[in-house]
Design a protein around this ligand. Sequence first.
Ligand code: GLP
Length: 264
Amino acid sequence: MLVIIKEDYDAVSAEAARLLAERLRNKPNLVLGLATGSTPLGLYRELIRCHREQGLDFSKVTTFNLDEYVGLPPDHEQSYHRFMWDNFLSHVNLDPRYVHIPNGMVRDIAAHCKWYEERIRAAGGIDLQVLGIGANGHIAFNEPGSSLGSRTRVKTLTRTTRDDNARFFATFDEVPRYAITMGIGTIMEARELLLLATGESKAQAIHDAVEGPLMARVPASMIQMHGLAHVIVDRAAASRLTGEYVSSLEEGTLVRRPLGPGER
Ligand code: GLP
């Protein structure tokens, strides 16, 4: 796990975009796991800019979103479908046929979840999964106590999460109670993880995820078990970390140097 501490939100977004763009240039048919929430918005803005100004090409990319509210139609203002199309998908040259977001309106949720997992497998698995983190340590909608081996399924949202999201709805009763979410086991199968967090309200969750014990109580702590995970945070979200961490991808990566005399 490489923890990178940047100055602020914009620097976190730029660093995350740099990593993602590099992966995409190396593999044009990248399978990308996407997240919603205010945290990755800066990353999406930056990727849109790279697409417009540098021709960053998404035409062969396949995407899988982490989660969706149950009961919200795709065109609902607060659905994750709408969020993704408004904030990212429609601004780059993604082929809509390669975009996958769980459908919160299906009748048979269990069959839909099974189908979603099969689509991920058929695409060859997720190469890079973008993640945010809930203030209670959740990832996607895997709330505290979620099985660490869980697969895509329906989850009941905790009161804390519903409270956090209440600002987007007119009344608390309108905040959905359930969501379809990739499981922690599903997320852990992605070849690379990119967890982003900014702001003081995430400091405890980041501490628990990065430096706390691994436990279902803090679903994001599972990132410690992943073989290739990057955690990019700003100073505020890093304020409760006590370890020594780097300030850039380069600092944390072995740089190839030219061979010296007598070296092979
Ligand atoms: C929701 C999403 C998560 C996201 C979290 C944090 O619960 N399901 O994927 O990480 O919100 O959102 P924000 O980035 O707005 O703090």
